[in-house]
Design a binder for this molecule. Structure first.
Ligand code: C5P
Length: 239
């Protein structure tokens, strides 16, 4: 298992993080028992975590999967820092906070994880890949999505996050600006033959990697396929 700042630079492990967006533990485990921890990592998000809780996360970690706990913490600094420590204690490989929680929130979370051995990668969400310029305008944000992503990524970088979640469309610019030691995690990845769904700022898996993405978060193109393992292998082959 690879953990800690900068490990993604030399990370020989799998780039694909399968989003386990399932309603039940049974469904999630029926997929994971067909998966190999050497070939993919797993993401546990809000739905599965809310239903199945930390026990499931610990179970996946015990099976030697690298787990990205995608709970996108966004709260006052003390609350977020304590939640990050609780997540680290589950043995997860990566966790995330919302950059919109601000500099003090991110810095406090960083400091809390700095006190932990083999801390998980701490990643900040910039602008959700389901949002477009019009959505930001409606929220009273006058920047367009790419300016806002850049601004939040810069704040995350200064706050010593290990990297950011962004769209693969923004990865090239962020890679140029923040260098190779900043980890780029990209959802919004769609093989050309698969429906885009509610994602807006998307690319193909190969384009995401060409743009500088370290890790591709892929859900429905794998979990919604008739044969999820075949879908995973075909994306792997494309990379
Ligand atoms: O099914 P799909 O491939 O769209 O799944 C993408 C996954 O990545 C979902 O679990 C979603 O919650 C997550 N995600 C995202 N955008 C972000 C952060 C995480 O789509 N900014």
């Amino acid at each position: 298992m690879t953990k800690g700042a900068d490990v993604h630079l030399q990370d020989p492990g799998p780039r694909i993080i399968v989003a386990l967006d399932y309603a039940t533990e049974k469904e999630a485990l029926s997929l994971t028992q067909k998966l190999d921890p050497q070939r993919c990592r797993l993401k546990v998000g809000k739905e599965l975590f809310t239903r199945c809780g930390p026990k499931l996360v610990e179970n996946l970690v015990k099976q030697e999967f690298d787990v990205f706990l995608d709970l996108k913490y966004h709260d006052i600094p003390n609350t977020v820092a304590r939640a990050c420590v609780a997540a680290a204690e589950l043995g997860v490989w990566m966790l995330n906070v919302h950059a919109l929680g601000g500099r003090r929130m991110m810095e406090t979370a960083r400091k809390a994880l700095d006190n932990i051995d083999s801390a998980p990668l701490l990643i900040a969400v910039t602008v959700l890949t389901s949002l477009e310029d019009t959505d930001l305008n409606e929220l009273g944000i006058s920047s367009n999505t790419s300016d806002m992503v850049l601004r939040l990524a810069d704040l995350a970088f200064q706050s010593r996050m290990d990297g950011v979640v962004c769209s693969p469309l923004e990865a090239r610019l962020l890679r140029e600006k923040f260098g190779t030691s900043f980890c780029l995690v990209t959802p919004g990845v769609r093989p050309k033959t698969v429906a885009v769904g509610d994602q807006k700022r998307v690319t193909s898996p190969a384009e995401a990697v060409q743009n500088g993405s370290n890790y591709l978060v892929i859900g429905r193109p794998i979990t919604g396929a008739d044969d999820p393992v075949k879908a995973l292998l075909s994306i792997e082959a494309e990379l």
